[in-house]
Ligand binder design. Sequence first.
Ligand code: HEC
Ligand code: HEC
Ligand code: HEC
Ligand code: HEC
Ligand code: HEC
Length: 464
Amino acid sequence: MRSPNVKDNRHINFIILSCIVILLSLSLVTISFPSGLNAAEMGKFKQSQFKSPKTCKGCHKGIYEEWKESMMARSFTHSWDETEYFKLALEHSGQLKKVAGVKAGCIGCHSPLAFLTGDIPPSPVNKNTRANEGVSCEICHYITGSTQKEPFNFSFIIKPGTVKYGNRKDAESPMHDTAYSKFITTPEFCATCHDEQSPYGAWVKSTYREWKNGPYAKEGVRCQDCHMHYSRGKSASMGNTRDDIAHHVFHGSHSPTKVKGAVDLSIYAEKTTFSPKDTLTIKAVLFNGKAGHMIPSGSSEERMLWLEVWAIDKNGKSYILNVSPKGFKGEKFTIADPDAISYQAMGEIMGVKGFKGVKRDGDVPKGSRIFRKPFFDPKGRMTICQWFTKDNTRVDYRIGPRETKIETYSFEIPEDISEGELTIKANLLYSQVPSSVGKFLGLPEDEYAPMLVNSASMQVVIKK
Ligand code: HEC
Ligand code: HEC
Ligand code: HEC
Ligand code: HEC
Ligand code: HEC
């Protein structure tokens, strides 16, 4: 990600120099840089200023258990995160000046405690340091604002102390002070970590910006409303019973129950009876009625949603249907092609001799439509390295909030097809990482195995 303060060494030197000048002449304690991004907060704090989430568990048991199971608690320890940081980003930061800032930058969001206390790079996960706490309770509940109006790149302002900032005006705790903070109740709070700009200026994460431009922002439906469920109960053992306690599940694309049904799918054919040599054409209608942003969102460099359609004749023989191209710019990146090779940068960073790349589309069957936003490195090759992304504006074929996309799939009915019923099946699948990349990097299979988002089926009749 881009952090103007660490763009190049001259810039840093200039900033350090200006800090000293400002400090000496004005005796200011806090300095906010015109660039606004707070790389300056790095190393400014001590570990003892942040309590372990286990301290909160005593009274906030429910919230603790929910958080513990969420990706927030695993943002540093989850194996794909560990792999990408240590095997790729950290290596790369030492090889290429332009991306040197990611050594600290990744940690700004994935392990804010390590970032704020200057533990850069943090020790690997198996060393069990406090970096493993990930996005912990006291990170979020000490954040009071952002230096940006539309935040991104860990531009949060954080005030560790005795006060926990929350969403209630009347919360009282025997353990700590509390204060109401409007900021924590807003999507801008989430945006501090959920939107990201690369060192090349590309918007490589834009969940907040997608939300902001979509229908939910206008209706006042926040990130919190969809990702933190509310129910009657208590947030603390000694607390008040309330109608709308905020649960800390933060379910997203790692949760099969959240992903399931996130896109509606229906299929239909224009006719019901076909003969050999006819072209069988199916329309598939997809509707994003549940997510407040694009699907996929977040780490779009590696997320794929795709639609596989096939037909099965009466004797059980199956035939793949191919999507009909629409002819838009960059479309070739959205139609699965088993021969396309990409992601050369990851092998180069790892120093793999003669690395030619791996399959661009993993194991997605040929001819399936892929709803994705491809990212390109400075050499114009598709990449999963979001920090090494120069351009991702060639094509964006994801499904927007409340958007409907209609795809046409077809195949020519062969002579040898069996007479009678022909079943058409469609599966909409989602995967976090292309399987080819997952296998190359040795990730556990469940971190890239496809999840079923939706399926549909229908029947037509073959007459000879
Ligand atoms: C001894 C019990 C106890 C411990 C330990 C404790 N809290 Fe609390 N906390 C409470 C009570 C009681 C409330 C008030 C709940 C209410 O008003 O319904 C509260 C409220 C809060 C609030 C809500 C403030 C608001 O405005 O809505 C936050 C945030 C919070 N605690 C964070 C933490 C964190 C983080 C920790 C761990 C570092 C922690 N608490 C440890 C008892 C505790
Ligand atoms: C990713 C940021 C984040 C993390 C991590 C986080 N919280 Fe929260 N917490 C929030 C937000 C946001 C709200 C307010 C939701 C709203 O506006 O409705 C909240 C609300 C609360 C409340 C008040 C609930 C209510 O409805 O009265 C308590 C108590 C609390 N958090 C404690 C904790 C504890 C304890 C942990 C760690 C186990 C934790 N939080 C981790 C973001 C976070
Ligand atoms: C301090 C940084 C930070 C803040 C603030 C923050 N998040 Fe996150 N969030 C992360 C990181 C880092 C991850 C990625 C975890 C991973 O997959 O490694 C994440 C993961 C998630 C996920 C899981 C996504 C998935 O793929 O399963 C959801 C949902 C989410 N955050 C929602 C929110 C919401 C809603 C808010 C605001 C109330 C918020 N976050 C605030 C850093 C943050
Ligand atoms: C109307 C409900 C709704 C709103 C509002 C909403 N989300 Fe989501 N979000 C979802 C659903 C449903 C999914 C699961 C489908 C998916 O993965 O895209 C999801 C997925 C995600 C993911 C995982 C994306 C991926 O592809 O890996 C993240 C991260 C996330 N949301 C963060 C946010 C943030 C931050 C906001 C506010 C700026 C927000 N969401 C607003 C419903 C919502
Ligand atoms: C501005 C905050 C931010 C920065 C900086 C950042 N990330 Fe993330 N990262 C996130 C969030 C938020 C998510 C979750 C988005 C989603 O679920 O799609 C995420 C997701 C990921 C994932 C996918 C995790 C999964 O389980 O699928 C990986 C891997 C990752 N980040 C690695 C990195 C690396 C390496 C860097 C540095 C080059 C980095 N991140 C920089 C916020 C950030």
